[in-house]
Design a binder for this molecule. Structure first.
Ligand code: HEC
Ligand SMILES: [Cu+2]
Length: 508
């Protein structure tokens, strides 16, 4: 067999050299593994194959020809391949040729279920390409390596068994007394309209999130990534509710997307913060209701499974929900605190892969950078560390604004790494470093610490006009990588706080 394949390959090479006329007939006799290797480059965005291959967006394809469908250990298949597996389906070359024409149609006709779903949306139009790539896959299925041992996969959020959620015996919640309100979400760095002190009884607050996979520019040099976003922005919109409210979050993953997504809200209790019951394939929607029981600022983020979790978070899928105490914010003695403005800053890092010349690479669809991004990510050296999605997103025209005498609440998160906000020329008058409004705020801080995977809040009353820099006081991360914003403050200068008494040549 190996010998024959060799001959075939040599013939193909010769044919190509002769102008490929031989292959223009539509007989599609046999796939050409050499050409198939070329075509497999299109699959590499999502699949690895051969020695040391891991699961990526799609399962490890080593040994897939002759392997039961939907069976690679550690990979979470969608319903279609799971059903095919239970039905005893085993991949052969011919089946893969058909699968690649349209995975969705194939799996629906294979299982006889027109609701069966697959996560693979990619198609190969040309039949010869499909035959060639199937032949290439078959070269990894020699008898002795037909079943490769599964690579060890770490367990994170989305992997855990969603087990005991709702078996139908639990008491129904009585929501009859609750008023419903829809929150009009706004783009960061702004917060939606809200009361600081709640009036009336707890409500049901409806939130609509649509997941968008889209290209965004992340620095002034034109570097782009295919970001993964809640509602199209990095970070996702800020949600604001009060303690005791219910949040009803509708999460949509449109058919036009390529990847699976969900949401884990650190404020929510149970089911992996909601991730366990909101995982959505393209074309699906979920409605999650949870009670906001703890006042504070909390992050939310996407958490699909394994390496996908940090991959999605570092592609933009994170944001903040603020749960205000019903009576509003309080100082350490229980006196009320309020703010004139709220700015919502989410810090996040990117790990953009580089080409052989050291330039940032660009990609065209969600997930295409998966394998390379994960490699950079594992080195723990971000290419960018930014506020609100891009280097310079909060400077110049988009600088934050305030006036002397105004009190501003800065809400800041980092879903993945530690950070240390600092306001150059100002302070944190009241700081809830760990984000919980049930704890008394710390007072008069120079720099505060936001732990990776959390949000914090700092209240400051501006006393002098001018341009303030609000940054991550790891100055390398701020100046070299991007984590800095400007606050432009107008008003009258106060000489009692500071005065330039002299500036000029040295006087003796
Ligand atoms: C954009 C990502 C993506 C691309 C590109 C892609 N696939 Fe897939 N593939 C997937 C995903 C995701 C699955 C798992 C599908 C599921 O669970 O429904 C999958 C499943 C498969 C399976 C079934 C494996 C099994 O264990 O049952 C085969 C075979 C396959 N792909 C072959 C290919 C080939 C060959 C190419 C290139 C021509 C390709 N795929 C391109 C994402 C992709
Ligand atoms: Cu996601």
């Amino acid at each position: 067999m190996y010998y024959l394949k060799h001959i075939h390959t040599a013939a193909a090479v010769a044919a190509v050299a002769l102008g490929a006329a031989v292959f223009s007939s539509p007989s599609f006799a046999e796939g050409d593994a050499v050409n198939g290797e070329n075509i497999f480059r299109k699959c590499r965005a999502c699949h690895q194959i051969g020695e040391g291959a891991r699961n990526g967006v799609g399962p490890n394809l080593t040994g897939v020809v002759g392997r039961p469908m939907g069976s690679f250990e550690g990979y979470k298949y969608a319903t279609g391949l799971k059903a095919a597996n239970e039905a005893g389906g085993v991949w052969d070359e011919e089946m893969i040729v058909e699968w690649l024409a349209s995975p969705k149609d194939y799996i629906r006709s294979f299982t006889g279920n027109d609701k069966a779903r697959t996560k693979m949306t990619f198609r190969l139009k040309k039949e010869q390409d499909r035959r060639d790539v199937a032949a290439y896959l078959a070269t990894f299925s020699k008898a002795d390596e037909a079943s490769m041992p599964a690579t060890e996969e770490r367990m994170t959020h989305g992997d855990a068994p969603a087990g005991d959620i709702a078996d139908g015996t639990e008491a129904k919640v009585d929501l009859s007394g609750y008023e419903r309100v829809k929150q009009e979400l706004v783009m960061p760095p702004f917060a939606p309209k809200h009361e600081q002190v709640a009036t009336g009884k707890p409500k049901i607050v409806e939130i609509d999130f649509t997941i968008e996979e889209k290209k965004i520019q992340i620095d002034p040099d034109g570097t782009e990534i295919v970001a993964l976003t809640f509602n199209g922005s990095v970070p996702g919109p800020m949600i604001v509710v009060h303690e005791g409210d219910y949040v009803e979050l509708t999460l949509k993953n449109p058919e036009t997307n390529l990847m699976e997504h969900n949401i884990d809200l650190h404020v929510a209790t149970g089911a992996l913060g909601g991730a366990g019951i909101t995982t959505l394939l393209p074309g699906e929607e979920a409605l999650l209701r949870f009670k906001a029981t703890k006042p504070g600022v909390f992050i939310y983020h996407c958490a699909p499974e394994g390496s996908m979790t940090p991959y999605h978070v570092t592609h933009g899928m994170n944001g903040i929900i603020m749960v205000l105490p019903r009576e509003g914010l309080k100082d350490e003695k229980g006196n009320s605190l309020s703010y004139d403005k709220l700015y919502y800053i989410t810090e996040q890092e990117y790990y953009v892969p580089r080409d052989e010349n050291g330039n940032f690479k660009s990609y065209n669809f969600a997930g295409e950078d998966f394998a390379e991004w994960v490699d950079v990510m594992r080195g723990l050296i971000p290419s960018h560390i930014v506020f609100n999605g891009a280097v310079g997103s909060l400077v110049g025209e988009n600088a934050l604004k305030a006036s002397v005498g105004e009190t501003v609440l800065f809400v800041h998160s980092q879903a993945n790494r530690d950070t240390r906000p600092h306001l150059i020329g100002g302070h944190g008058d009241y700081v809830w470093e760990e984000g919980s409004f049930n704890n008394p705020p710390m007072k008069d801080l120079e720099t505060w610490f936001i732990r990776g995977g959390s949000a914090g809040a700092a209240l400051y009353k501006f006393l002098q006009p001018g341009v303030y820099v609000y940054l991550n006081h790891n100055l390398i991360e701020a100046v070299e990588l991007g984590a800095a914003a400007h606050v432009v403050v107008d008003g009258k200068w106060d000489n009692s706080l500071m005065e330039q008494v002299y500036h000029g040549p040295i006087r003796n």
